[in-house]
Design a protein around this ligand. Sequence first.
Ligand SMILES: Nc1ncnc2c1ncn2[C@@H]1O[C@H](COP(=O)(O)OP(=O)(O)OP(=O)(O)O)[C@@H](O)[C@H]1O
Length: 316
Amino acid sequence: MTAGIRTRDLGIDFGGGVGLHDVDLEVPARGVHALIGPNGAGKTTLFSILTGLVPPGRGTVILGGRIAYCPDTPEHEPWLTAAEVVAQSRALCGLPRDATSDRTVLARCGLVEVADRRVGSWSRGMTQRLGIAATIATGADVLVLDEPTSALDPFGQAEVLRLVRELGDERCLVLSSHSLAAVERVADTVSILHRGRLLWQGTLPALLADGLSATWIVRVAGVAGVAGMNDVNDAADLGVLEERLRARPGVVVARRGPAELTVTYADAATGTRRLASDLAAAAVPVVSATPEAGDLDSAFVALVTAHDRRTEEIPT
Ligand SMILES: Nc1ncnc2c1ncn2[C@@H]1O[C@H](COP(=O)(O)OP(=O)(O)OP(=O)(O)O)[C@@H](O)[C@H]1O
């Protein structure tokens, strides 16, 4: 796998243990990579070192090509038009003038209709998209976007995430975000930074599998269209399902609500293997079976909490 970014033993000390410690990051040359971490984890510091804005205290950074960075709150000269901002970005990288390409970049970011408007009074969402346009215009192989969806409304977020996904299909795109739902939608690979240390890195499916619990929430179907009867039928179906699942070996079943059971296995891998066949054998209509913890939020919280517990246990 060619790397877009590779760091070895990267570190910086701000004093009192704050900074970055032994960061060995590996980001593929193509795809969307999300760097996530609690506030103060060191994400912006790491981006600043990767992009050469801050020299590291120690370690190395190897890049697969030119890198461009868009800060979380991009600022543009207010008297410039959007087209001029993009042209300026291209010129600062020593690239020749190319008004057609500038328009294409603005069109990709949904800004072509306002290309000739001065950007001084633009909304946060438009300013953010213009920052991304200026970043794309550099033609860099590695794009780093610091919290590109923060402070955007749901429409703005969807638009930026669509663009992020598109760009990641062409080159190496790294973003940081506190919106784990957004990360789950667009990222191919993820790294988790906490207190300046890289706790985890790998593909999103691997991270989700790591965080998967051994418990599933199973909801049964009622009899649709029978007024006032749904609860009664749900209860009846639930009772039958409960009894039949209990008869299966190694399954722990508990009631969760009027139409829901929790079904727990010895471990997540056993559950993944057996849940579908156990439900089929029970032969009761089921609406859904959802892992109790199987999303990025729970995987993230589990990793960070486990790390904190371990470090608290180490005597000082
Ligand atoms: N130049 C500096 N001098 C001293 N401390 C610094 C410096 N830059 C960052 N820090 C500290 O390093 C830690 C990491 O900060 P950083 O901004 O990189 O975190 P972050 O993960 O981007 O946080 P957030 O999600 O809140 O933006 C913080 O405790 C911050 O106060």
